[in-house]
Each structure stands twice: as structure tokens, then as C-alpha cells.
Design a protein around this ligand. Structure first.
Ligand SMILES: Nc1ncnc2c1ncn2[C@@H]1O[C@H](COP(=O)(O)OP(=O)(O)O)[C@@H](O)[C@H]1O
Ligand SMILES: [Mg+2]
Length: 353
């Protein structure tokens, strides 16, 4: 099934015009003939149709987002399969993704960014409360309708509690630039991993660049594990720098405890009356001398984990599948091979910080 204008899905949803080409799907503005309203339809990219692995992901996306009802999550309306392909029908969000805004503006002032982050945090909290970890929080999955509530989209690699892994054993999914240290060392993503990714989004919007870059995904992943976060520009208010620093804490226990707690803190910071003296000590302050060597050890172990994992996956993957698919930044890491060691030193570092 090749998505094109006029195509009628299940006799009900007529594709009108393409909105975006994502890693897994084409997103179309469509018309719901029965309900007589505009909707969005995410149809599996034609080159992925018939591939059971991608259909399974789309089904999981449908299943995981079906139970999520929150003003900050793009609502799922329907799911169907036709001619070996699958599609999701969603609430149509008339707005641009945050990537477009950042491309146009470069940076966002804190006053503008904080309410966006608070809304994303509330949407994530609703998902977390329902047992779903998004695992792909990044600007292209945050939609900004003018004047309307911010919407999180793309539960394509989300994970629900108790759900069987769709990823081959020992591999994790994510986008390298937004990957939490725990995922980069082969451990499972938790709600606090989504908050880490939101911290990267916040950093990127305030600084106009991501904290960690590199020539390869491995280089980037290693920095998430061990590199200190470069300071945010001085003109970012100190309490905002502080909350971003805590979101980007290497150890999950040092991050804000939940999306809701984070949202409340961001609301407080966004109030004009907020006094900078409300700042709390930063989790990203300079390391105490005794921690430096342990961090070096951790880097070596993480590099082992990431390097071996990537090599394994690329070797195991059929040509022309995931790596050639734009937008699916899939990092594959083994769950052991160094991760256990990293876990131990991680705990030591956490105690010291
Ligand atoms: N419900 C929606 N309404 C309007 N546009 C959407 C909607 N969902 C996604 N999009 C657009 O399509 C793009 C890709 O969608 P996404 O779900 O992220 O697909 P992929 O899994 O392929 O990355 C988004 O960045 C956004 O621009
Ligand atoms: Mg996406």
C-alpha cells in the first residue's frame, strides 16, 4: 500500500496531503468520512510494509498510546492494517514540531521554554502513570500548536510494563543525542530516562546546541555516560540552569523524581514573581577530586558496552533495513559486556556526588 492523496483506508479515512516523513511512517492529513473531521494518519513507509518487525512496532505504538488520555499527548483514535501495511489514526495536531521552531529561532528564552517543558513533563507523567516509557523524547516528537496545548507524539519505540521486548535480546532503542546514561550502558529505560531526554531538549533550546555531539553514535553515547555537561550560557537564569543540570544528572536518583514534580517546579520558575534565590544546589557541580578516577573507569566500561553493541547489531542487521531508514536512530547495546561493571562504579559515583 503506497500512501497517496485520495487513498481510502478501511473505507473511512481518506488521505489528503502529506504532513511529514518520519523514520517509520508517513504522516498524512486525512479526512474521517464517518465522523466528518480532519485527522492525522501515520502510515507505515511503503518500503517497510510487509516487514513484520515494523508492523509489530506500529501495533505496539497503537497499544501503548491507546490507553493514554491527556491534553499533552496526541490522542490515538484508531488503528488498522491493510495490504500488509498498518496505520494509526490520531488527533490532528495543527502545529509545527519543536525542531522547526528551533531551526527558525536558534534558541528560546527561558520564559517561553518553561511552559513548553512543563506541558511535556505532564504528558510524560500521564504516560508513566499508565506504565508507559516513551523512550524517544526529542524535539521532532514534540508538537507545538499555536495557542493550543503542547502535544507529545510518536510512541513508536515506547515500552509498556510487562510488554515483551520487540528489540533483539541485549539491545536498546533510542536516539543517540537524547539517550540517557543508563540506556547507554545497556540498562532499561525508566520514566527518569524520559526526563533526562527532556533535559537534553531543554539544554538544546536554551543553548542553541546539544550538550553532547560527536562523529558517531558511539562517541555521543559515551559522553552521556561520563562527560560533564558544558555550562549553559550565562544569560540563562540560574534556577533554570539548575533544573536542567538536575535533569541531566548521570544518576537517575539525582533527577527530579517525576514528570509531575518537574512540571510543578517549572511552573514555579515560569511565574514572574519567581525569585532567583529559590535555587537549590546543582547536581552538576564540579566533581570532587576522589570521583575523577572512578569516572574514567566508568567511561572505559561504557565504551566497551557501546562499541561491542553497535558492532554486534550492524553485523547482524540485514542490509538496507534500519541504518538506511532516516530518523530511526537506533543504538543497539548489549545488556552485559561491561554494563555490570559500569553499574557498580555508577553507584559509587552517585554516593560521592
Ligand atoms: N498527530 C499529529 N498531527 C500532526 N502532525 C503529526 C502528528 N503526529 C506526527 N506528526 C508529524 O509527523 C512527524 C513524524 O511523526 P512521528 O510520529 O514522529 O513518526 P516517526 O515514528 O516516523 O518518527 C512529526 O515530527 C510531526 O511533524
Ligand atoms: Mg518521530
Amino acid at each position: 500500500m503506497r500512501p497517496q492523496a485520495g487513498l481510502l483506508l478501511m473505507g473511512r479515512y481518506q488521505l489528503r496531503s502529506r504532513i511529514a516523513l518520519g523514520g517509520m511512517g508517513e504522516v498524512w492529513r486525512a479526512w474521517d468520512v464517518d465522523a466528518e473531521r480532519a485527522v492525522a494518519a501515520k502510515v507505515l513507509r511503503p518500503e517497510l510494509a510487509g516487514q513484520e518487525a515494523f508492523l509489530a512496532r506500529l501495533r505496539a505504538e497503537a497499544r501503548n498510546s491507546a490507553g493514554l488520555h491527556h491534553p499533552n499527548i496526541a490522542a490515538l483514535l484508531d488503528y488498522g492494517e491493510q495490504d500488509g501495511s498498518g496505520f494509526l489514526v490520531m488527533e490532528l495536531v495543527d502545529g509545527e514540531p519543536m525542531t522547526a521552531l528551533l531551526e527558525r529561532r536558534g534558541t528560546l528564552p527561558a520564559a517561553e521554554l518553561l511552559p513548553v517543558l512543563a506541558q511535556v513533563a505532564r504528558g510524560l507523567h500521564a504516560a508513566h502513570a499508565a506504565g508507559v516509557v516513551h523512550r524517544d523524547v526529542k524535539p521532532s516528537n514534540i508538537l507545538l500548536p499555536p495557542g493550543g496545548p503542547v502535544k507529545i507524539t510518536d510512541f513508536g519505540i515506547s515500552l509498556a510494563a510487562g510488554q515483551p521486548a520487540l528489540t533483539a535480546a541485549g539491545m536498546v532503542m533510542g536516539t543517540a543525542q537524547y539517550l540517557s546514561p543508563e540506556q547507554a550502558t545497556g540498562r532499561p529505560a525508566t520514566p527518569l530516562s524520559d526526563l533526562y531526554a527532556l533535559g537534553i531538549v531543554a539544554y538544546e533550546a536554551l543553548a542553541g546546541r546539544r550538550p553532547f555531539t560527536g562523529r558517531t553514535e558511539v562517541e555521543i553515547a559515551v559522553q552521556h555516560v561520563d562527560a560533564p555537561v558544558p555550562p549553559l550560557p550565562d544569560d540563562v537564569p540560574a534556577p533554570v540552569r539548575d533544573v536542567v543540570a538536575r535533569l541531566l544528572a548521570k544518576h537517575p536518583a539525582l533527577r527530579p523524581p517525576s514528570g509531575e514534580a518537574l512540571a510543578r517546579e517549572l511552573d514555579r520558575l515560569a511565574r514572574p514573581s519567581h525569585a532567583p534565590s529559590c535555587s537549590v544546589p546543582s547536581a552538576a557541580s564540579a566533581p570532587r577530586p576522589g570521583t575523577v578516577r572512578r569516572r574514567r573507569d566508568r567511561t572505559r566500561r561504557a565504551m566497551g558496552a557501546v562499541g561491542v553493541g553497535l558492532a554486534t547489531t550492524i553485523g547482524a542487521m540485514a542490509p538496507g533495513t534500519v541504518p538506511s531508514t532516516p530518523g530511526i536512530g537506533t543504538l543497539a547495546l548489549p545488556e552485559d559486556s561491561g554494563a555490570a561493571g559500569a553499574r557498580e562504579t555508577d553507584r559509587m559515583t552517585a554516593r560521592d556526588s
